[in-house]
Design a binder for this molecule. Sequence first.
Ligand code: SF4
Length: 319
Amino acid sequence: MGTQTVYWGEKRYHSLDYHLKNRFGQKIYKLSLNGDMTCPNRDGTLGNRGCIFCSRGGSGDFAASCALSIKEQIEAAKTLVAKKTTGSSYIAYFQAYTNTYAPYEKLKKIFTEAISHPDICILSVATRPDCLNDNVLNLLEKLNGIKPVWVELGLQSIHEHTARFIRRGYELPIFEKAVSALRKRGIEVIVHVITGLPTENENHMLATIHYLNKMDIQGIKLQLLHILKETDLADYYERHPFRVLSMDEYIKITGQCIANLRTDIVIHRLTGDGPKSLLLAPAWSADKRRVLNQIQAHLKQNNIWQGKEFKNDNYIQTI
Ligand code: SF4
């Protein structure tokens, strides 16, 4: 392959940090907010036990208390990040559970309160693609006219056997329909995928990346599978111990994903983000700084950059 022609600051990939500094001229921090939601995969609509890896906090264990108003949560979350930032603009991030799974009026109230706050520059809403009806989509479109709205979709994998194993509860065409509906309304889409699932190897993961390269998405979160206490995955791990990825394996697979990823797709995350107090395995993932540094070193040593291996004619492998 040729030499690197695209630069993203000091990184070899299109990082969120670089993207936000370019777009807003300053570092922007995320504030995790709590919309007091549940999830159809937990409330009995689709299932009672949630996705197999999902913690009791609904994969959003850092959010503020829902006893506070959104404005109060923003102020409390700003205090938490105050030591890390000198900036004055933030992303309002609704992460825990399914943040479009509530009555329209409630969504309108909390999202409007968040986006209207003068210190908020982006509203980011994590949800399931099967929880985006026309009313919700129209609301998000309207809000997107005020400030940018991101919708984060938990895909995790394109492979049906994996979707069944993790009990995701929707099929791939639902995801495709949601992406298309969001993009028709000009809303940016960020997709979450998981590396290290016991049903997958590196080829499965790369097939997911090749598939996403063909989709009109703007961002990706590459997350390592965390086995967290008090999840069904923890029970499964105890009953059927499977080999979790070593740090070296994770770094190599992540390097391959980066090399194969379209250059315009912003990488929002390169590791997992689970609370240390709940982490059962892999233990090495608790040192997030070390993992990120090792990924940077691996990219440099092996002259890898985002898109190095990307080809327009990449096809989706059937595995
Ligand atoms: S869709 Fe999200 S919140 Fe719901 S069970 Fe799965 S991971 Fe948890």
